[in-house]
Design a protein around this ligand. Structure first.
Ligand code: UD1
Ligand code: CA
Length: 455
C-alpha cells in the first residue's frame, strides 16, 4: 500500500483575526502546520502533499521542507476542492490520507489504526466525541449504527446538532475513489463551498462501505479555528510535554506551570520550578535545577548546575556545577566553564568565563574572555563599545577585579593581577601587579558642613 498524505492549509483562518496565515500560528513554539507535517513524516508515506492558498509564499518559506509536494489552491472553494488540487498527480491505486493543517495534535498511532480499516472498507474516517465545541461536522448513523453521512454544523437541524460524535477532518481512501466522489460533490450549501465531508454520503449512496474510528483521546483531534481554541490546544500540548518529562524522571513543581516551546532534553534528577519557559532546543544535564520564572533559549546546561529564579539565558553553554542568578541575564555566544558563579543583576554577552570564576553582583561583561579562578567585584563593567565598534577584554587566570571597575576595551589584564576597586583601566595590566587607576583620597581637616538657614 503506497500512502500519499494530503494536508490542507490553504485557508486564511478568518476567525483568527490575524494577517498571519492560520497554519503558521505557533503551537508550542512551532507552526501548527509543522506539527501536522511532523506527524505525517512519522507514518513514512510515499509523498506528503500540502495544499496552500492564502499566504502561499509565506507558508512554504516557513516550512522549508524539501521533501514536500506543494499544490496551489488559488481560490478557497472548500475542503473538497482543496483535496482535488493534489489528486491529479496521485496514482489511482495509492491510498490518500487527508489531514487538516489546523488539527495539530494527532498521534501517528491513531492514524495507523485508521489506515488498517481500509482492508475492510472503501473509506475510513476518524471521529471523536465532543460537547460544546463549535463548528464541527456531525456524524449521522442509521439505526444499526452504520455511518450515513456528515452534516456540517451550519447545515444541521436541531436533531442533528444534538449528535455528539464529530468529524475530526481525517479520512482515507484510495485515490481512484476520492477522485470519483469529489467529481460528484456540489456546492449547493449555505457556504457555497465544496465540502470534502460530502464524500461520505456519496460513498454510502454508491454502496461503498464506510467505517468510522472513534478516537478515544478526543483532545488529540482538537482543531484551531480561533485564538481561544489555539490557547486550548496549546495547554493540551503543554500538558503532554509535562507528562513526557515526568515520565523521564523530571520533578516538576507544578506540571501545569511549565512551557516547552521546542525540544527539551533532560538528564536524571532534573528539577524544574514553576513558570519556567524553554524555547528552541535546550539540554539539561543530570541534577540540574531550574528556578522559578526562568527562561532558557537554545541553551546547554551541565550536570549539577543550579539556575536560580528569574534568570534569562539565551544561546549559551553553561558548564557543570555552576550557580546562575537569581536575576542573571546571559546572552548569546556565552560559554561558562565548570563551577562558575554568576550572581544577581549580572549581564554577560558573547563572553567566555573559565572554571571557578565568579561574577557575583551587578556587572556587565561583553566581548570578554575570562580565564580560570577570576574574581570580578560588584559593579564591574567592560566598556566594549566605542560608539562604532566592539572591542575585546581579556582577563587572565586568577585576576582579582575590585568592585566598580571599568575596563575600557581593548584591554588585557595579565595573570594574577589585582585591580583596585573603582579603577578605570585603559591600559594593559601586566601579570601579578596591582593596578590602581583612581583619584587619590585627600583629607580636609576641620571641615564644617554647611548649615541650614534658621527661620
Ligand atoms: C472542517 C470539517 C468539519 C470538521 C472540522 C474538524 C469540512 C467541510 N468541514 O470544518 O466537518 O468537523 O473541520 O476540525 O471539511 N482549507 C483549504 N481550502 C479551503 C478550505 C479549507 O485548504 O478551500 C483548509 C483550511 O486551511 C484548514 C482545513 O482545510 O486547515 C479545514 O478548514 P476549516 O475551514 O477550518 O474547516 P472547519 O470549518 O473547521
Ligand atoms: Ca478547522
Amino acid at each position: 500500500m503506497k500512502l500519499e498524505i494530503v494536508i490542507l492549509a490553504a485557508g486564511q483562518g478568518t476567525r483568527m483575526h490575524s494577517d498571519l496565515p492560520k497554519v503558521l500560528h505557533p503551537l508550542a513554539g512551532k507552526p501548527l502546520l509543522g506539527h501536522v507535517i511532523g506527524c505525517a513524516h512519522a507514518l513514512s508515506p510515499h509523498n506528503i502533499h500540502v495544499v496552500t492558498g492564502y499566504g502561499t509564499e509565506q507558508v512554504r518559506a516557513a516550512v522549508g521542507d524539501e521533501s514536500i509536494c506543494w499544490h496551489l489552491q488559488e481560490h478557497q472553494r472548500g475542503t473538497g476542492h482543496a483535496v482535488q488540487q493534489a489528486l491529479p498527480g496521485i496514482a489511482d491505486e495509492h491510498v490518500v490520507l487527508v489531514l487538516y493543517g489546523d488539527v495539530p495534535l494527532l498521534e501517528p498511532a491513531t492514524l495507523q489504526r485508521l489506515l488498517q480499516g481500509l482492508s475492510r472498507c472503501e473509506l475510513v474516517l476518524l471521529t471523536a466525541e465532543f460537547e460544546g465545541v463549535e463548528g464541527l461536522g456531525r456524524i449521522v448513523r442509521d439505526a444499526e449504527g452504520r455511518v450515513l453521512r456528515i452534516v456540517e454544523q451550519c447545515e444541521a437541524d436541531p436533531d442533528t446538532l444534538a449528535i455528539r460524535e464529530m468529524n475530526t477532518g481525517v479520512l482515507a481512501a484510495r485515490a481512484a475513489r476520492l477522485k470519483q466522489w469529489l467529481g460528484q460533490v456540489g456546492n449547493d450549501n449555505t457556504q457555497k463551498e465544496f465540502y470534502l465531508t460530502d464524500c461520505i454520503g456519496l460513498a454510502v449512496e454508491g454502496g461503498h462501505p464506510v467505517e468510522a474510528l472513534l478516537c478515544e483521546d478526543a483532545e488529540t483531534t482538537l482543531g484551531v479555528n480561533d485564538k481561544a481554541q489555539l490557547a486550548q490546544v496549546e495547554r493540551a500540548c503543554q500538558r503532554r510535554a509535562a507528562r513526557r518529562l515526568m515520565d523521564q524522571g523530571v520533578t516538576l513543581m507544578d506540571p501545569a506551570r511549565i512551557d516547552v516551546r521546542g525540544e527539551l532534553q533532560v538528564g536524571r534528577d532534573v528539577e524544574i520550578d514553576v513558570n519556567a519557559v524553554f524555547e528552541g532546543c535546550n539540554r539539561l544535564g543530570d541534577g540540574v535545577r531550574v528556578g522559578a520564572h526562568s527562561v532558557l533559549i537554545n541553551t546547554t546546561v551541565g550536570a549539577g548546575t543550579r539556575i536560580h529564579a528569574s534568570s534569562h539565558i539565551e544561546e549559551a553553554e553553561i558548564g557543570s556545577e555552576c550557580s546562575i542568578g537569581p536575576f542573571a541575564r546571559i546572552r548569546p555566544q556565552t560559554h561558562l566553564g565548570d563551577h562558575v558563579k554568576v550572581g544577581n543583576f549580572v549581564e554577560i554577552k558573547k563572553s567566555g568565563i573559565g572554571a571557578n570564576s565568579k561574577v557575583n553582583h551587578l556587572s556587565y561583561l561583553g566581548d570578554a574572555e575570562l580565564g580560570a579562578g577570576v574574581n570580578v567585584g560588584a559593579g564591574t563593567i567592560t566598556c566594549n563599545y566605542d560608539g562604532a565598534r566592539k572591542h575585546r577584554t581579556v582577563i587572565s587566570d586568577r585576576v582579582f577585579v575590585g568592585s566598580d571597575t571599568q575596563l575600557v576595551a581593548p584591554v588585557v589584564v595579565g595573570e594574577g593581577a589585582t585591580i583596585a576597586a573603582g579603577s578605570t583601566i585603559t591600559k594593559d595590566v601586566p601579570a601579578d601587579v596591582l593596578a590602581v587607576a583612581r583619584s587619590k583620597q585627600v583629607t580636609v581637616q576641620h571641615w564644617k558642613r554647611p548649615e541650614k538657614d534658621k527661620k
